[in-house]
Design a protein around this ligand. Structure first.
Ligand SMILES: [Fe+2]
Length: 206
């Protein structure tokens, strides 16, 4: 008599995120420098956000009052973290910095990014025009060339979601938000979630 076999298929196949995380760790294991991390990691992120069928609903929920940062994965040595930013209609960040390299890929909807730079007197001035980032597009963040910006949902009537990767456990990084006059305020973002998605939940044979 053969053993009974049943298959439990999760509602969303998280394999693309698992492949992204293992691929990103391999880039870091190779000893790649920041430029190579941003280039090769950017290619991986572009592949991840080219399809919108893997992010579990629990990490795609907007909050009525403020944007959400859901940690999806943190490397065991905190070399990198992967975060889903979920923007409710019209929501925006304060002006802020990062202090580590980063990558942003839009999974759903679109966002507006305004970069800033410091004047000699320490105040902030907008650097370039507001840029739109659309589904499937990826942008790098490089503290060496300037990493102060403000990000907003490009839509006033629907949720947008972007996937971010940072060169640290970004929720624990001591960084800053800024007033327009350049005044810094200490900022540690934390995360909105207490539990993580199970990257290893493929098809389970019972
Ligand atoms: Fe940012």
């Amino acid at each position: 008599m053969s053993a009974a076999v049943s298959l439990v298929v999760p509602p969303r196949d998280i394999a693309p995120l698992r492949r992204f995380v293992t691929g990103f760790a391999a880039i870091l294991d190779s000893g790649a420098g920041q430029a190579a991390i941003l280039e090769q990691g950017g290619d991986l992120l572009a592949r991840l956000v080219s399809r919108d069928d893997w992010l579990p609903d629990a990490f795609a929920r907007p909050h009525p009052d403020r944007y959400q940062q859901y940690l999806l994965h943190c490397d065991s040595a905190e070399r990198f973290s992967v975060v889903a930013f979920v923007w409710g209609p019209g929501q925006t960040t304060p002006i802020h910095d990062h202090r580590v390299w980063g990558l942003v890929g839009v999974l759903r909807g679109a966002e507006k990014v305004q970069n800033f730079r410091r004047r000699v007197d320490g105040s902030l001035v907008q650097q370039g025009a507001t840029a739109d980032l659309f589904e499937g597009e990826v942008e790098g963040i490089d503290p060496d060339v300037g990493d102060i910006h403000r990000v907003a949902n490009a839509f006033a009537d629907r949720t947008s979601i972007s996937i971010h990767v940072y060169g640290a456990n970004i929720g624990a990084v001591e960084r800053a938000t800024y007033r327009a006059n350049g005044e810094e305020r200490p900022f540690i973002s934390g995360y909105a979630n207490d539990v993580l998605p199970n990257l290893w939940n493929g098809v389970i044979q019972v």
